[in-house]
Design a binder for this molecule. Structure first.
Ligand SMILES: NC(=O)c1ccc[n+]([C@@H]2O[C@H](COP(=O)([O-])OP(=O)(O)OC[C@H]3O[C@@H](n4cnc5c(N)ncnc54)[C@H](O)[C@@H]3O)[C@@H](O)[C@H]2O)c1
Length: 354
């Protein structure tokens, strides 16, 4: 049994959805609300029947299905969803249920938060990555071409229901993608979690929920201290400054890479910068490198594309005065934010991935 976690106005529930307070919340808090489920094509085919037939309150829910993939986390798709909400005459007291991976919780949370100045929403994450990271913490938004998460708002789900049954159908590379964000949580905040994760097999384990809980607890403790990312929360971006540059470059060139794989390469490169700045020892860097290399092949890009990746990074939200800002680890389980690195060092870091 895992206790509910709460931060701001949000409650995170763990365990089988049917045994959770989900039904009670639908019938008591949202009795008169129209319900809209936003999902993607894969989750729709695999799980929508399970959801809509087990809960009578969802039998008449409107279902909005979008194609799967990062390229659909766009403002154009938001416009289509908003038009559908208008057609269904959805109002302020109605409820959006985001049912899917991080793309769905990001876009669905954003759509809900902007429509008629804000509808309540519930997240039911179905990927490991969205369970450990994307569905909690209140960051919602979409990409602007190759620039990741450029348009968005902070807005918390009323509830997040994390049921690891959904992982039964998740492909192995998607499980590994979620594992990358879990490793990030260990690296930035909890050495013993990092050590346990080094023994954890993301594609074959009986106890996902225990590890998911530890990741969510780390994220919750950071987010409740700094929900709008004015300081401490930036540590959650470790691996993401370079990771988003790589992901955006691949997206732009029609060779999308899984978010977690881009973050794993980003963490490797940013650990290199941490080591070059003498924040971690060579031994710690080598340990991180060997752990990441065991599970993740590096994102494939050619040396002559690195400059383009750095150009994309210059649009990162955290930059100050034209200088790219990083969150860098200063030991395993510790992290500093607002750390500068010049383009030459970033270039060396990108070269170190290969
Ligand atoms: N808001 C945040 O704090 C935050 C944090 C981390 C990542 N993100 C965002 O999350 C996104 C990545 O999330 P993701 O990796 O979940 O991607 P995703 O939503 O694209 O899902 C990955 C794939 O898995 C499929 N899928 C989902 N659930 C499934 C299931 N149970 N069985 C089989 N297939 C299933 C999806 O259809 C998709 O093809 C990125 O856009 C990233 O920027 C957001």
């Amino acid at each position: 049994m895992f206790e509910n976690l709460t931060y701001n106005q949000s409650t995170i529930h763990f365990g089988i959805l049917g045994k959770s307070q989900f039904e009670e919340i639908l019938t008591e808090d949202f009795a008169d609300a129209k319900k809209v489920i936003i999902t993607d094509e894969n989750v729709y085919h695999l799980w929508i029947q399970d959801l809509t037939t087990n809960y009578p309150e969802l039998a008449n829910a409107e279902i909005i299905q979008i194609p799967a993939g990062e390229e659909y986390k766009s403002i154009d798709v938001c416009t289509q969803i908003w038009s559908a909400l208008s057609e269904y005459q959805i109002g302020r007291n109605d409820l959006i249920i985001n049912f899917g991976g991080g793309v769905i919780t990001d876009i669905g949370g954003f759509v809900a938060s902007c429509f008629k100045r804000g509808l309540k929403f519930i997240n039911i994450p179905t990927t490991l990555l969205s369970m450990v990271d994307a569905s909690v913490g209140g960051k919602t938004g979409v990409d602007l071409g190759p620039y990741k998460n450029q348009i968005g708002v902070f807005s918390d789900a009323e509830h997040v229901f994390i049921d690891d049954r959904y992982l039964e159908t998740l492909p192995n590379d998607e499980l590994k993608s979620g594992y990358a964000e879990m490793l990030k949580h260990g690296l930035i905040a909890d050495k013993s979690y990092w050590n346990d994760l080094r023994e954890f097999d993301p594609v074959n384990t009986e106890n996902y929920l225990e590890f998911i809980y530890r990741s969510v607890l780390i994220k919750k403790r950071i987010v409740e201290k700094d929900s709008k990312e004015s300081g401490l929360r930036k540590v959650l971006n470790f691996g993401h400054t370079i990771g988003h540059g790589l992901e955006g470059f691949c997206l732009k060139n029609d060779m999308p890479v899984l978010h977690g794989y881009a973050v794993a390469s980003g963490m490797l490169a940013e650990a290199y910068i941490s080591c070059e700045k003498a924040l971690i020892s060579k031994q710690e860097y080598d340990d991180i490198r060997s752990t990441l290399s065991q599970s993740f092949s590096p994102v494939h890009i050619a040396d002559n594309d690195f400059k383009e990746v750095i150009k994309l990074m210059h649009n990162d939200k955290k930059n100050k005065g034209g200088v790219i800002q990083f969150s860098l680890i200063n030991g395993i389980g510790k992290c500093l934010y607002d750390q500068e690195a010049n383009d030459k060092l970033v270039l060396n870091a990108l070269e170190s991935i290969i």
